[in-house]
Design a protein around this ligand. Structure first.
Ligand code: MN3
Length: 191
């Protein structure tokens, strides 16, 4: 009977500054993410069926799918970043990246290109497809679990993710994410 809730941010609202400002998180987390939770609760009658968020994502379509998936995507995105993140991974993650893409630089090029060329609103992902690590692009609220893949890392490329800090310069947002924010410990947990 519990309603879906907005999970706490894994860091303070100003913790990603100067790369991503407190103002961006005030709107992106406090308004956008919150609105997806609020809308999902309206559409699911405060989850009277007691379904998990993943159950709703896998069974719903239309507005219910969009809001449920966006709740999940944003929770995953906040964890994909860290105040002390960025740069090349080490250990098992580095080995998996090198094995799948040849090198960290090759991964970086492919991930950046996927994030930059996602037309309009959407997401770029590092996923485990079941036969190794791959880069995936999704539009709007779409996400890897709908395609049988396991998400390991994501970047939100909806304009609301970067417009306050980077205006229209999506490539600068992507390089800042990779160089200063990406949370490889979270990827290791997901692998
Ligand atoms: Mn967003």
């Amino acid at each position: 009977m519990a309603a879906f809730e907005l999970p706490a941010l894994p860091y303070a609202q100003d913790a990603l500054a100067p790369h991503i400002s407190a103002e961006t998180l005030e709107y992106h987390y406090g308004k956008h993410h919150q609105a997806y939770v609020t809308n999902l609760n309206k559409l699911t009658d405060d989850n009277a069926d007691g379904k998990s968020l993943e159950d709703v994502i896998m069974s719903a379509d239309g507005g219910m799918f969009n809001n449920a998936a966006q709740v999940w995507n944003h929770t995953f995105y906040w964890k994909s970043m860290s105040p002390n993140g960025g740069g090349a991974p080490s250990g098992a993650v580095a080995e998996a990246i090198n094995s799948a893409f040849g090198s960290y630089d090759d991964f970086k090029d492919k991930f950046s290109q996927a994030a930059a060329t996602q037309f309009g609103s959407g997401w770029a992902w590092l996923v485990d497809s079941g036969s190794g690590l791959e880069i995936m692009q999704t539009s709007n609220a779409d996400l890897p679990m709908k395609h049988g893949a396991k998400a390991l890392l994501t970047i939100d490329v909806w304009e609301h993710a970067y417009y306050i800090d980077f205006r229209n310069a999506r490539p600068n947002y992507i390089s800042t994410y990779l160089d200063s924010l990406v949370n490889w410990d979270f990827v290791a947990e997901n692998m």
